[in-house]
Design a protein around this ligand. Structure first.
Ligand SMILES: Cc1cc2nc3c(=O)[nH]c(=O)nc-3n(C[C@H](O)[C@H](O)[C@H](O)COP(=O)(O)O)c2cc1C
Length: 217
């Protein structure tokens, strides 16, 4: 079999018994439906249900994407955290438009959150950093994310120094660590059925809250 044949032989959604998306019974806000879907993904034991692809673009419109973890969901939006000095942080400083895409294949579900991402502020960023384990705080303190690295030994030296610093001072916060909130303008819920068409429900923000509509599969 060629590589192409192997790819094309793969089923799109191999599991029977996928859940339904009852669009008539959908809640009035996408936050509520997302929280339900996340609960179901966690209860189903999915690996990394809180992992999402964050897409950003720089001022010239060049798009960059990477996977990161959802940290919270509040009325303000979908939270994630990273270095403001990283490529994603630089993209967001130049152009706040961003999207987070979640995929829960075992449930036949995708959620696309599109909007504008900004820092949640110094206090929230500090709280996010201090809630991390010592090892994670050390990773965050090392910084230089995505810069060229001459050897793993160089990283290990920097990491060991950062670990010493965070264990010596439990209040130490990496200066560029930032909690971001993606405030959505649109959220799309996509459900694959056992058979039949995909169901797509779009929430769009307007002056009065949210309007919903179906999308062609
Ligand atoms: C499952 C998973 C979770 C990740 N979580 C985060 C995260 O929460 N924050 C983060 O900055 N990077 C996270 N990363 C690393 C990013 O994918 C990426 O490599 C890094 O942030 C640099 O991205 P950038 O160069 O586009 O800014 C995660 C990677 C994976 C695979």
């Amino acid at each position: 079999m060629t590589f192409r044949e192997r790819l094309r032989a793969l089923p799109a959604f191999p599991r029977p018994g996928l859940p339904d998306l009852d669009t008539e019974a959908a809640p009035s806000s996408p936050h509520e439906l997302f929280a339900t879907w996340m609960d179901e993904a966690i209860d189903a034991g999915l690996l990394l249900p809180h992992a999402a692809t964050l897409s950003t673009a720089d001022a010239a419109g060049h798009v960059h994407a990477r996977v990161l973890l959802l940290k919270d969901l509040t009325a303000d939006g979908w939270w994630f955290a990273s270095q403001s000095t990283s490529p994603k942080g630089r993209d967001l400083a130049a152009n706040p438009h961003a999207a987070m895409t979640f995929l829960w294949p075992e449930l036949g579900r995708q959620v696309k959150v599109t909007g504008s991402a900004a820092s949640a502020g110094v206090d929230a960023s500090r709280a996010d950093f201090l809630a991390r384990s010592d090892l994670s705080r050390a990773v965050g303190l090392v910084n230089h994310q995505s810069e060229p690295l001459s050897s793993m030994a160089e990283y290990e030296r920097a990491f060991a120094e950062a670990l010493r610093a965070v264990t010596a001072d439990p209040e130490l916060v990496a200066p560029d660590w930032t909690a971001y909130v993606l405030a959505p303008t649109e959220v799309e819920f996509w459900q694959a059925p056992d058979d039949g068409p995909h169901v797509r429900l779009l929430y769009r923000a307007d002056a009065d809250g949210w309007t919903t509509g179906l999308m062609w599969p």
